[in-house]
Design a protein around this ligand. Structure first.
Ligand code: GLU
Length: 506
């Protein structure tokens, strides 16, 4: 069947979007783009008790930051809207009714207390209570009660739910695009609630109805939804939509960097890295969780890293832009087993994107930090400086550490370096160096470097005896780029001042 590819990301706005959720959105998006299809964002907010203010906006903003464009959704419109389930509320009842009529679903009136009592009874017999073929005939539902009784209860306003009548003893042989053949024994499954008398569908009914009405061709979602697949497939069948049923693909889990288990929302800052794309301020507790954006990651790096959590291109290449990924992404290169999240690799990706940016781009980003620190950089060729040091940084914010000495003379000298390199003979040698530098007027690295080196050679002493204290005087430490790049940038006057200051202080 050749059908238009239409996929959806269907989060529930119950809090900030976890990076696993962003990966689900990303894989849906890549699949859509690769196949010339559409990517939809559908907000699944039928469970009003779990609604968190700001979560929906957070989801939209996260996708935007990642460069994932929404083709249809609440914020952009589309032919199959509304794209928010709370705005589609009136639409679901007819399908619950249709299922009841056809005998695939039934009304159940059991109260929470009654169900609790059933559970307890089972526990005593060391069994687990399941509302299904094994119990439903002894419970409070329309399979047992007379038609009149059911009508009376409903019209008197008694609370009810509509449950799916899970068939007994059927083996469902299904196909998942990632896991291959999967089979389910229906006798082990329960009669899930589809609809409640408050007029709200549950996730299962709303999700399937909307996928059908929105003409979704492929359901790509996290592995935690695999157990829902048999019910969803049966809903398609019993609603008469088998020919329109989407294909399913369940993505492997993202695992903690160390130890076992999946990376959860709670792991984040505790393990020293964010689990959310953007910073999140919890409206209830006021707690703040860090985000990749605010921590200084480039969205391209974050997205590139996420793509490799569960997918690989089958080659050694590791750097891919979103557009490149859109051209090569296929589900058959998504693995079955969970993939460990690696925070160090994420930093590595950031570094790769940092060094691939032009010096001008890096400088433009670095300027924001310098402005914040009120550093006057007007005299400097900032792109040139950034080019000298960007290789040593993973984040733009680290450039300050790497370059501060260009803009401000050292106030202090690293004690260890001083102890190692500033010896008794050093002040006199540094004075000689100052005298030599005073004679030079061209401070470009190509001119100055041979002059100084020749002088050192003529003195027949090791290079380190001069170059190490020279660097310490300029930088205040033993680090930094090539020394004659530094002198060229700070210039003659400043170079001499710094050496003289070091002689006086050290
Ligand atoms: N609303 C579900 C979620 O929060 C959607 C699952 C699905 O994609 O079917 O993840």
């Amino acid at each position: 069947m050749n059908r238009e590819v239409r996929v959806r990301f269907a989060p529930s706005p119950t809090g900030p979007l976890h990076m696993g959720g962003v990966r689900t959105a990303l894989f849906n998006y890549l699949f859509a783009k690769k196949n010339g299809g559409k990517f939809l964002l559908r907000i699944e907010d039928t469970d009003q008790t779990r609604f968190v203010p700001g979560a929906e906006e957070y989801i939209v903003e996260s996708l935007k930051w990642c460069g994932i464009k929404i083709d249809e959704g609440a914020t952009v419109g589309g032919e199959y809207g509304p794209y928010k389930q709370s705005e589609r509320k009136a639409l679901y009842k007819q399908y619950a009714d249709q299922l009841i009529e056809a005998g695939h679903a039934y009304y159940a009136f059991d109260t929470a207390e009654e169900l609790d009592a059933e559970r307890k009874k089972c526990e005593q017999d060391k069994k687990t209570f399941i509302y299904n073929h094994s119990t439903r005939n002894n419970l409070n539902n329309s399979l047992v009660l007379s038609k009149e009784e059911v009508e009376k209860r409903i019209s008197s306003g008694e609370a009810y739910v509509v449950r799916f009548k899970m068939p007994e003893n059927e083996i469902l042989e299904l196909k998942d695009l990632i896991r291959g053949d999967v089979s389910f024994q229906t006798s082990l499954l329960d009669d899930k609630v589809l609809y409640k008398s408050d007029g709200m569908p549950t996730y299962h009914l709303a999700n399937v109805v909307d996928d059908y009405l929105m003409k979704i061709s492929h359901v790509i979602r996290g592995e935690e939804w695999l157990p829902s697949m048999p019910l969803h497939v049966l809903l398609y069948r019993t609603l008469g939509w088998t020919n329109e049923m989407p294909e399913f693909a369940h993505l492997p889990l993202i695992l903690k960097p160390v130890g076992k288990g999946k990376l959860s929302k709670r792991d984040g800052d505790k393990l020293g890295f964010p689990v959310f794309p953007l910073e999140w301020h919890d409206p209830k507790s006021g707690d703040k969780s860090s985000g990749y954006r605010e921590d200084g990651y480039f969205p391209e790096a974050f997205v590139n890293m996420l793509a490799f959590l569960g997918w690989n291109p089958g080659t050694e290449q590791e750097i891919f832009s979103l557009d490149e990924l859109s051209e090569i992404f296929t589900l058959d290169r998504v693995g079955k087993s969970g993939s460990k999240f690696d925070p160090e690799k994420t930093k590595w990706y950031n570094h790769q994107y940092l060094i691939s940016k032009s010096n001008e781009e890096v400088a433009d980003l670095f300027k924001l930090i310098l402005d914040e620190k009120s550093i006057d950089y007007s005299k400097f060729n900032l792109p040139h400086i950034c080019g000298l040091v960007k290789d040593r940084a993973q984040f733009i914010s680290e450039l300050w550490e790497q370059t501060s000495f260009f803009f401000v003379a050292p106030e202090e000298y690293d004690a260890k370096t001083a102890k190692k390199n500033w010896k008794e003979a050093t002040p006199a040698l540094m004075q000689e160096l100052v005298d030599l530098l005073k004679e030079c007027n061209d401070f470009s690295a190509e001119v100055l470097e041979p002059i100084v080196k020749e002088w050192i050679t003529s003195k027949e002493i090791g290079f380190g005896k001069i170059m190490n204290p020279f660097r310490l005087s300029l930088v205040g430490a033993g680090k930094g780029p090539h020394i004659f790049d530094i002198t060229e940038i700070i210039g003659k006057e400043e170079t001499i001042l710094r050496i003289e200051k070091a002689i006086a202080v050290l």
